[in-house]
Design a protein around this ligand. Sequence first.
Ligand code: CO8
Length: 258
Amino acid sequence: MIDFETILVDTRGRVGWITLNRPEALNALNAQTMHDVVIAAEQFDADPGIGAIVITGAGRAFAAGADIKEMEDRTGLDMRLGNYFAEWGRLVAVRKPVIAAVNGFALGGGCELAMMCDIILAADTAKFGQPEINLGVIPGMGGSQRLARAIGAYKAAELVLTGRMIDAAEADRAGLVSRVVPADALLDEAQAMGDTIAAKSLPSVLAAKELIRTSLESPLAEGLRHEAALFASLFDTRDQKEGMAAFREKRQPAFENR
Ligand code: CO8
């Protein structure tokens, strides 16, 4: 692993951890952080020893948004030609499951980063919001699209147009998070969830992630065809034979990820 400037990276069992580490700036996402997260995630994605990835933040924020100080002097043309946020697309392209362990503020780009992940585990102290409207802009890393898909157009419009922050309980009711846990249990719960996923057969995990991701983009009939094809393809894995034999023999399966 390379030494990163803005994140901490470590491996716990088969779970790869990425901790945003600019707590003095509430982990505001500058270009270097984006680059570091993407490179670290791609390294975990390519590593056969890793089955799941967790992203969290050091200090009291997950991430309080894109770095306002880095952006503020740019022109519209700078933003357009620089294509500054395009690199996040590489995080979305990671094939292994990514869990956002949201420890505090997840605002603007921070909320959008959480929504790029497959699972959002939130501390009961977490706060979510898209406050860009207060800065004279709008969400720019997918917020208007992913939030509307996650919580519905009406709730998303309220949050994006007013900039109101919501707590973890409201985010949970709205369907923005997978589960809320006590703040002091967040990292252990994320690790346990990562361990659980990483113990499954990787081919089936990759297929499940891909299908759920693409369900947001494709018409139902196309998604169902895709599911049927991937479902069938898993019957050519040793792990499918092992998983079903283990069920019949009333024992735990020993998956080999092939
Ligand atoms: N960018 C840069 N610095 C930040 C950011 C940020 N997003 N958020 C916090 N900080 C810094 C503060 O400036 C402060 O630094 P300093 O000590 O040097 O003054 C430090 O972090 C601590 O913050 P506060 O003192 O403000 O802490 P508080 O507890 O008083 O407040 C808040 C916490 C409510 C989270 C507050 O910091 C806040 O409102 N932050 C900004 C939230 C925000 O507006 N986020 C949206 C940013 S825009 C965005 O994400 C757009 C994404 C996509 C753009 C794509 C374009 C193509």
